[in-house]
Write a protein that binds this ligand. Structure first.
Ligand code: ZN
Length: 288
């Protein structure tokens, strides 16, 4: 493992551990990380010795979201186009560029990972924000430590939630509205009460709890697990998740376009720094 590895991979007892590894940036997800994740998931899928996959984050946090502010941010980079078939976005402008990019690296990739034919467990601690939610939600279920917190603050940018719009399905619609309208952090316990996470455990027991559960699941037959995953995913899609996400993706891109027309960029003139400042302002209001 080198410092260059933005995602690390190891297999222990039939369980592949895929770990986000940009701890200095709270595991903010850039395209390099997206494709490293995809390669790790492909490797775990191809390896018959792997029965279960765990997605975790190195450092203090699971994932602070899409990379909208580190030196490794890479909006204009050419990428492989694995999740959708489309033309190269890098020499295009406006919505032509943005729609292609987000269809591939955000919505498309999360959908592709949701369909990995092996159980995937998200092991979440610390921050799980915006793009981090997309990673955790694309997993089959979430085991959280008691210090985990969840938020989607992108309504501050005038955008109706992150690209993988699972909110009304992973929690109830009223909770989804509160989550989005307020941008508030939901604690692990709140997320548990809403059914968004499966278990909350003390931070020091997180990894061992996940490993033990993954070990039990690994005793099940590989093909049986794959069919069962498909069965539940199909039921979720029949409840409208897939079609709902497609329709919201249009609203999402309408919001980006509106921002691009009326402010300095498609994010409403905001970046990682100003988003964090606004979140702090809001927390101050909550407390006092
Ligand atoms: Zn977007």
């Amino acid at each position: 493992m080198s410092d260059e590895d933005v995602v690390t991979y190891e297999v222990v007892d039939q369980v592949a551990r895929v770990t986000l590894n940009r701890p200095e940036y709270r595991n903010a997800q850039n395209s390099k990380m997206t494709y490293a994740l995809d390669a790790a998931f492909q490797r775990a899928t191809d390896d018959d010795a792997v029965k279960v996959i765990v997605l975790a984050g190195n450092g203090k946090h699971f994932c602070a979201g899409h990379d909208i502010g580190t030196p490794g941010r890479d909006v204009d980079q050419t990428f492989e186009r694995k999740a959708v078939i489309w033309w190269d976005h890098t020499d295009k402008e406006g919505g032509d560029q943005r729609f292609a990019r987000e269809s591939e690296v955000y919505l498309g990739m999360c959908r592709r990972w949701r369909e990995i034919p092996k159980p995937v467990i998200a092991q979440v601690h610390g921050a799980c924000i915006a793009g981090g939610l997309m990673l955790a939600w694309a997993c089959d279920f979430i085991i959280a430590s008691d210090d985990a917190f969840f938020s989607d603050p992108v309504v501050r940018m005038g955008i109706p939630g992150v690209e993988y719009f699972a909110h009304p399905w992973v929690m109830n619609p009223r909770a989804a509205k509160e989550f989005l309208y307020s941008g508030d952090r939901f604690t692990a316990d709140r997320a548990l009460a809403l059914g968004m996470v499966n278990q909350v455990v003390p931070a020091e027991e997180l990894e061992s709890t996940v490993s033990a559960l993954a070990g039990r699941i690994a005793q099940m037959p590989r093909f049986g697990l794959a069919l069962t995953k498909k069965a539940v995913n199909q039921a979720e899609d029949l409840q409208g998740m897939r079609a709902g996400m497609d329709s919201v993706f249009g609203l999402h891109h309408f919001a980006h376009a509106h921002n691009a027309e009326t402010s300095e960029n498609a994010l409403g003139g905001l970046d990682a720094k100003s988003m964090a400042a606004k979140a702090r302002e809001n927390e101050g209001k909550e407390q006092g």
